[in-house]
Ligand binder design. Structure first.
Ligand code: HEC
Length: 161
């Protein structure tokens, strides 16, 4: 310590004090309850379905698809995050998820991956402003929704949902 100036010593002291503090901050905050997680994922699914449905209205109305790139990218991000919204212990009311989400996790994650990849492609064709390709890819994304719902969600819902 002899060779350190007062300023350097001060900095070192701050750094050392900060270490345990940083570790404490890095810890997860108070967790959400299982029910809050179920409700948060259901709300996100609802929002994603809204975005996805509005895209179809643009396609059917012959509108510009370029502005849909943001929504498509958000669908892709949601698809990537989606499996983390089904932690153990969240198979509780009011969930519509089937028990297979937890018992056949690998398939569930594959279906989410397929969704993410299809949504990424949707963003690409939106970026290119290619209406025909967008319409085709929208259908491809919808198939990834259904492929997962068929196996992992209770109750058939209307197409596109
Ligand atoms: C990897 C599987 C998977 C994919 C892909 C998927 N979903 Fe779902 N979805 C689920 C599961 C499981 C639930 C039930 C969640 C719950 O109730 O806890 C659900 C629920 C929903 C709900 C109901 C939300 C509510 O209010 O209860 C809607 C709407 C929905 N999904 C739309 C979509 C759309 C649209 C897509 C594609 C663009 C899609 N999902 C892709 C698995 C998936």
């Amino acid at each position: 310590m002899q060779s350190l100036s007062t300023g350097q010593r001060g900095l070192l002291a701050v750094a050392l004090t900060a270490l345990p503090l940083t570790a404490a901050l890095a810890q997860a905050p108070q967790g959400l309850s299982a029910e809050q997680i179920v409700r948060a994922r259901q709300a996100t699914y609802g929002l994603s379905a809204g975005t996805f449905g509005e895209m179809k209205m643009v396609v059917d109305g012959g509108g510009e698809v370029r502005p849909l790139v943001f929504g498509a990218r958000m669908l892709q991000r949601w698809a990537r995050t989606l499996p983390t919204m089904f932690p153990a212990g969240t198979d509780i009311p009011p969930t519509k998820a089937k028990a297979e989400v937890w018992s056949d996790r690998a398939t569930f994650e594959q279906r989410a991956q397929a969704y993410a990849e299809a949504a990424a492609r949707l963003a690409e064709v939106a970026q290119a402003g290619d209406r025909a390709a967008f319409a085709t890819q929208w259908d491809a994304v919808r198939q990834t929704c259904s492929a997962c719902h068929d196996r992992f969600r209770q109750e058939a819902q209307r197409p596109g949902s």
